[in-house]
Design a protein around this ligand. Sequence first.
Ligand code: ATP
Ligand code: MG
Ligand code: MG
Ligand code: MG
Length: 471
Amino acid sequence: MKAAEIREKFLSFFESKGHTRVRASSLVPGNDPTLLFVNSGMVQFKDVFLGTDKRAYTRATTAQKSLRAGGKHNDLENVGYTARHHTFFEMLGNFSFGDYFKRDALKFAWELLTEVYKLPKDKLWATVYAEDDEAYDIWHKEIGLPADRIVRIGDNKGKRYASDNFWQMADTGPCGPCSEIFYDHGPEVAGGPPGSPEADGDRYIEIWNNVFMQFDMQPDGSLIPLPKPCVDTGMGLERLAAVLQHVHSNYEIDLFQALIKAAARETGCADLENNSLKVIADHIRATAFLVADGVIPSNEGRGYVQRRIVRRAIRHGYKLGCRKPFFHKLVPDLVAQMGEAYPEIAEQQQRIMDTLAAEEARFFETLEHGMSILDGALAGGVKTLDGEVAFKLHDTYGFPLDLTADVGRERGFTVDEAGFNAAMARQQEASRAAGKFKMDRALDYSGAATTFHGYDKLVIEGAKITALYVG
Ligand code: ATP
Ligand code: MG
Ligand code: MG
Ligand code: MG
């Protein structure tokens, strides 16, 4: 079953259960400072859950383009390292706004998985929030899932709400306990069942999360009940496609194979298993969809996340031998795969290509020289890259710190981030003293116009990027 058919079956199943099919929203959340990018299907309904917005329907279903490259849900560092994480992915969802709750949600999910998609029941597992006896009983007594395939997952390292089975959109906002459905890809794949120490592997893959939205988390961590209990679910289309296409990695599904082949064509890499091809295939989706939604590479906020993703992709192409722009040439292949479901990328194909090509041209001017500086600094088996060098690469050669760290992860060195931050701070001071500081200039790679408050914050707390830059 191809990805397009899987998507359609999901949406029409929920339509047959009284849900209104709603269009995906932009990747850029409308007027929500708590969130950098739309990271899940519920985001466009946030105010409906909170009770401050009303719709003509109480049941909805969507296929939502989602991006996890900053903020609370950030999978950028997972890309290329797990079989199941992308930066950009499609989340299939059904939503109840004060209509049905746990029982119907779990029963719909089971019916769709086992009767429509016809997944073998004995390969499915479920987790429930540790104290949620109600969800446990629905799975066990009503649906008939054996007790040895239901796992209670609760508090995580003493932090009650950091648990995998308590879902939050961001640090504040709608949240609640959840029940996740896992698929067992079989003993030939490494990994253990949910809740076990080996759960991080790719054998038991989480395919669907059913969130029982009940609270509005406040900045101090307290929970205010929502006006009515709601349901928010999300299933990764690519993960479900892997199951239905009998492959264990998301990168082996039809859509990704087409993009990996395109990346191989443009980079001249003959080995289709090469990890860099997967990263490039992932990143062309994220960056093309971001351009379509108005995010162009820049040095601030969302635009800087975009720049970091584009440059990471270019660096992977460089690793495969590319010395001139190649990345933008994958856009027509992406449009061929996804342009029908998402007309915005077909309509804007040329603009997307031009935008990416311009960023590539800019980075290729300095990439090669920067890489030779990096190689020089690492000569003799250096294990910690000097912070001054990392800063120079950032400042003069346009290497975002996470790009340098990405190289480090491949080659086994770490970056002295404290030294990087100190070099950054020193340069700011020097610029101020020299009177170069201008209030109205955005950060550029001379760094002259920005007060920088620590790069690791920028990477980890992406949602706060704009707050970090005080011109
Ligand atoms: P994981 O534990 O695997 O990181 P998650 O618990 O963070 O997933 P949720 O926030 O529950 O994911 O999102 C709902 C669903 O979206 C997941 O069950 C999964 O199918 C899909 N999903 C989540 N993150 C990604 C990603 N980075 N790439 C592809 N699909 C994803
Ligand atoms: Mg995750
Ligand atoms: Mg999870
Ligand atoms: Mg989950």
